[in-house]
Design a protein. Structure first.
Length: 98
């Protein structure tokens, strides 16, 4: 009996990306505001583009997931701004300037 763990590896990678990018979005909005969304767009498109040329199934899937996660972060940046306005998260623009 052969076991194929490709799907499991890709699924775990997706879970890790989600967990890692959640605080990245929060910190990015806090320190830089949502206006840095083009950085996530460029990174996401670059990763998706690179994934098109990778032959290894697992690596190709993981890089594509990374790219899609970066693009999804754009949506989350705008949502994070709304969460800050509701008072659910601290507002980085109100802190004292040194």
């Amino acid at each position: 009996m052969n076991f194929h763990i490709d799907g499991l590896i890709i699924g775990v990678f997706m879970l890790l990306c989600t967990g890692i990018f959640h605080p990245i979005v929060i910190k990015t909005e806090y320190y830089y505001t949502k206006n840095v969304w083009p950085v996530f767009l460029i990174a996401g498109l670059a990763a998706i583009g690179v994934s098109l040329f990778i032959e290894n199934f697992v690596l190709r899937g993981c890089i594509a997931i990374l790219g899609i996660t970066c693009i999804w972060c754009i949506v989350e940046l705008f949502e994070q701004e709304k969460r800050v306005e509701r008072g659910w998260f601290p507002n980085g623009r109100k802190r004292k300037k040194k």
